[in-house]
Design a protein around this ligand. Structure first.
Ligand code: ADP
Ligand code: MG
Length: 340
């Protein structure tokens, strides 16, 4: 029995080795496309890179058609309209994940924030400032704890709406990396509208150099060097509007108040092997602010993550693991390292 198992294991090893053996036919493939409301690009190097990148674009398009909150044919759209229903395992899994992070972030992430987001006009493009009464009325249907799941069936409370906008691109980047690795791609850079995922390092073996955007200007404040890691930044410099009185309102909402986040942070970047974790936490941490985020980071034991926060007072707060990979180029900012 043991012998048979060993023989089988040996066959598997050989198959695995030959499946991803180095080949003379190394291709470089690059593709840009539009999905999930943003420009995406995938660049990969390896055998059959062209075909693998094609698979990635098809898979992301498929995920978008499940998760889009505005596409009348999507699963999320159908769920929001009927209030309950069975969804695919891809959707059920991402909903459970989002609810788990909502819980672990004390509600800073809340995938039921959509009605409030709509009131601010971030979903329609015609922005407005809702009244305090309107917001408190809408907040009655914002509560991730009221979403019930039973296997692949999801139940929403009356008037509630789910929006996976804060985690979808991260989850898509995980799928992209999985597909590329399955196709023996050892070096790839995936950029889903600023959600970065890296497979291996660059062809020469060095890490991918990823610029961290200056939230107040055009350039970068520094560079992260990454291998087999994702990095996702949330901030209000990408999507915001200026009201008549000059107040700037961003598209990330504090579920506690119903108002766009207004704390000491300009941006929050999360680094970890999981794209969806980076995406979920970059949004959550931006809502939580530096102090609560630091506590979250210290208390996190299971899957760990690193973070880089840029504050309005010109500080860049980095966890140890982020510091190792970060080079600050904007000399007007000061670096503060936090340790566990
Ligand atoms: P982006 O998608 O712009 O890269 P994020 O990943 O931070 O940025 O997600 C922001 C999106 O998430 C918003 O456009 C909105 O759809 C949704 N959202 C806003 N605030 C929250 C929140 N507190 N919890 C969950 N989703 C949110
Ligand atoms: Mg996010």
């Amino acid at each position: 029995m043991k012998k048979r198992f060993l023989a089988l294991a040996a066959v598997c090893m050989i198959t695995m080795m030959t499946a991803c053996s180095p080949s003379a036919r190394v291709e470089q493939a690059e593709r840009s496309f539009y999905a999930m409301d943003t420009i995406m690009s995938v660049s990969a190097c390896g055998e059959n890179a062209e075909q693998a990148v094609g698979q990635v674009t098809r898979r992301i398009t498929e995920l978008e058609s499940l998760w889009s909150v505005t596409d009348e044919k999507s699963e999320i759209y159908a769920l929001n309209r009927s209030g309950s229903g069975e969804v695919s395992s891809d959707t059920a899994e991402l909903v459970s994940f989002a609810l788990d992070i909502s819980d672990r972030s004390g509600g800073a992430l809340d995938p039921t924030i959509y009605p409030v987001l709509t009131a601010w006009g971030f979903t329609t493009g015609t922005n407005r400032v809702p009244s305090a009464d309107e917001l408190s009325e809408l907040l009655k249907v914002v509560d991730y704890r009221a979403v019930e799941t039973d296997g692949r069936t999801i139940y929403l409370k009356e008037g509630m709406m789910l929006d996976l906008g804060a985690v979808a691109k991260g989850a898509a980047s995980d799928e992209a990396a999985r597909i590329l690795r399955k196709n023996c791609i050892g070096s790839a850079l995936i950029n889903l509208g600023g959600n970065i995922m890296t497979v291996g390092g660059k062809e020469d073996g060095s890490g991918w150099r990823i610029g961290v955007k200056d939230p107040l200007g055009e350039g970068n404040v520094g560079v992260l060097t990454l291998k087999d890691l994702a990095a996702v930044t949330s901030g209000c410099y990408e999507r915001y509007f200026t009201a008549e009185d000059g107040t700037v309102y961003g598209h990330i909402i504090d579920p506690e108040s119903g108002y766009p986040v207004d704390n000491e942070l300009l941006s929050s970047t999360i680094i970890s092997p999981s794209g969806r974790l980076c995406d979920a936490l970059s949004t959550a941490v931006f809502v939580m602010g530096a102090e609560r985020a630091e506590k979250l980071w210290r208390s996190w034991s299971a899957e760990s993550f690193d973070m880089l926060l840029i504050t309005k007072s010109g500080e860049v707060i980095v966890t140890e693991g982020a510091e190792e990979r970060f080079e600050l180029t904007d000399k007007e900012l000061t670096l503060r390292v936090i340790e566990k």
